[in-house]
Design a protein around this ligand. Structure first.
Ligand code: SF4
Length: 508
């Protein structure tokens, strides 16, 4: 007899592809922190975008109301996702598009490959797309003998350098223009040998390189920023116009979109077209916004496909606290204000999704028990800057704490021998459970002075504490606690003026 009862919910299907880190965050971050050039590039770029964003956001008196609206629309979308997905499918199909459903990265890659094969082509042009990076489409296509050419300038730089993106909006944020010049000279088949690092000259070189591809490509692959359920419309928002060339010139257009990218209606787009450009590039309006609804005979691609990707999104949706991470519109504002991201850069996170949103989205999609990703929720100081900047008000710090809790609980239940942290936490639980327990512990305070020595600082702690003292000293603990001082000062017979006396080294 089967142990599976009919009607039982299936286990969550977690995401694969480029969502998993290959090493824990602390190890990767330690290595990246040693790269001075990277830190200088990142510091300059994130501060520039951050300042621009602040300027344009402060122009709008109703920015907070706009954020509330964005958050409410996305929450309503997630609460009603199954219905909206069916509505979107019906409208997209009615207008001549074809929908394919992909459970995970492997299925999505296979579907896209089969669709390209049907056309008989072996080259495709690509619009910048997080979803296709997430599933590792370029690598998969290469294995199948299909060449994919990135057309977004920053994506092109990363692809030519055989590197990985390190920022969701500015994938080559870790490179400066002289590094870009070197990459172009080294990797472009035809390039002016006198190319300088002037941005206009670099853009011109990229334009010349890409123009031939645009004019010859028969198939394009894109992502989508939004899918509008009430009309079956797809949207791509970009800054260079290269995306529009991909979306209009080829005969076949294959779009890969995460199932969470829906908005209920066309009118909802109004809110997001104000939130997104101001939060991402710090612009009042987006330079190129392309919208398409199915097939228009004689105009644009005549074969229009959409691969709807799950790859762990349903698993994230099942997490009551974490599901708001799916509200993300990939603006990157949280990255640009994050002190951890600014110093470590995107590669330290391992996943396609770096920064504060990556620290919650990747473990939610792969499962927090995934060994590679369970250090990501700790990649934060919990300062809250990401929450303040997020245009759809995702409470990233709250979700980080929630995921840390899930991680700690799952590890604790799996081990038989307590760790140092278990012992410390158990001792803390005992000490803070009653005043008399705390009194006993506080009697040991003078010992701290002995450990600290004459200069009154503790330079080296044993065990887990060694990580803390590796880069900072700890002041010697006071000889008496606040509670001890208070009791002494409030002895009725002491006759001391309580207002004017200060405790020597006492701490609350
Ligand atoms: S979490 Fe918010 S701020 Fe970060 S990328 Fe997503 S929408 Fe933007």
């Amino acid at each position: 007899m089967s142990n599976t009862f009919l009607g039982m919910p299936a286990l969550p299907v977690y995401g694969h592809g480029n969502l998993n880190a290959t090493e824990p965050f602390p190890k990767a971050a330690h290595r990246e922190l040693g790269n001075d050039q990277l830190r200088a590039n990142l510091g300059h770029a994130t501060h520039t975008i951050r300042d621009k964003r602040l300027r344009v956001v402060s122009e709008l008196p109703d920015w907070e109301e706009m954020r509330n609206a964005g958050s409410a629309i996305k929450n309503a979308t997630m609460a009603n996702l199954p219905v909206l997905l069916e509505q979107f499918e019906a409208n997209f199909t009615a207008r001549g598009g074809i929908i394919h459903w992909a459970r995970d990265a492997q299925e999505a890659n296979e579907i896209v490959t089969a669709l390209i094969r049907e056309t008989g082509e072996s080259e495709v042009v690509k619009v910048k797309s997080m979803a296709t990076q997430e599933i590792g489409l370029n690598e998969y296509l290469e294995e199948q003998g299909i060449a994919a050419f990135e057309t977004d300038l920053a994506e092109l730089i990363v692809q030519l350098d055989h590197d990985k993106p390190s920022h969701i909006l500015v994938p080559a944020i870790h490179k400066n223009r002289s590094q870009v010049r070197e990459i172009f000279l080294r990797e472009m088949p035809v390039v002016d040998p006198n190319l300088t690092d002037d941005p206009a000259r670099l853009a011109e070189a990229a334009r010349t390189h890409l123009r031939k591809k645009f004019l010859s490509a028969k198939v394009a692959v894109s992502g989508a920023n939004f899918g509008l359920a009430d009309t079956g419309t797809l949207t791509v928002v970009e800054s260079e116009g290269n995306g529009r060339m991909c979306l209009t010139l080829p005969e076949t257009l294959i779009t890969v979109m995460g199932i969470e990218k829906l908005l209920p209606s066309w009118t909802d787009l109004e809110v997001f077209m104000q939130l997104l450009p101001r939060s991402s590039t710090g612009e009042r309006m987006n330079p190129y916004t392309s919208l398409w609804t199915g097939v228009t005979p004689g105009d644009g691609p005549q074969n229009v496909h959409l691969v709807m990707l799950d790859n762990g999104r349903t698993a994230a949706l099942a997490d009551e606290m974490g599901r708001t991470a799916l509200n993300c519109i990939r603006c990157s504002a949280c990255m640009n204000v994050c002190p951890v991201y600014e110093r470590t850069g995107g590669h330290a996170y391992g996943s396609t999704y770096p920064g504060p949103i990556g620290a919650i989205l990747s473990p939610l999609m792969t499962g927090i028990k995934s060994e590679e990703n369970n250090s990501l929720p700790y990649a934060s100081s919990l300062c809250g800057a990401c929450f303040d900047a997020c245009p759809v008000k995702i409470n990233i710090p709250e979700i980080l704490v929630h995921l840390r809790g899930v991680d700690v609980d799952s590890k604790r239940s799996a081990r038989k021998i307590p760790t140092q942290m278990d012992v410390i936490m158990k001792a803390a639980e005992w000490a803070f459970s009653s005043g008399s327990h705390l009194n006993i512990l506080e009697k040991g305070l003078p010992l701290g002075k002995l450990v600290a020595g004459r200069d009154k600082v503790i330079k080296k702690l044993p065990g887990m504490g060694a990580g803390w003292t590796q880069s900072r000293d700890i002041p010697a603990p006071p000889t008496q606690s606040f509670r001890q001082w208070w009791d002494k000062e409030h002895q009725p017979e002491s006759g001391v003026d309580h207002q004017s006396t200060t405790p020597e080294g006492a701490q609350a």
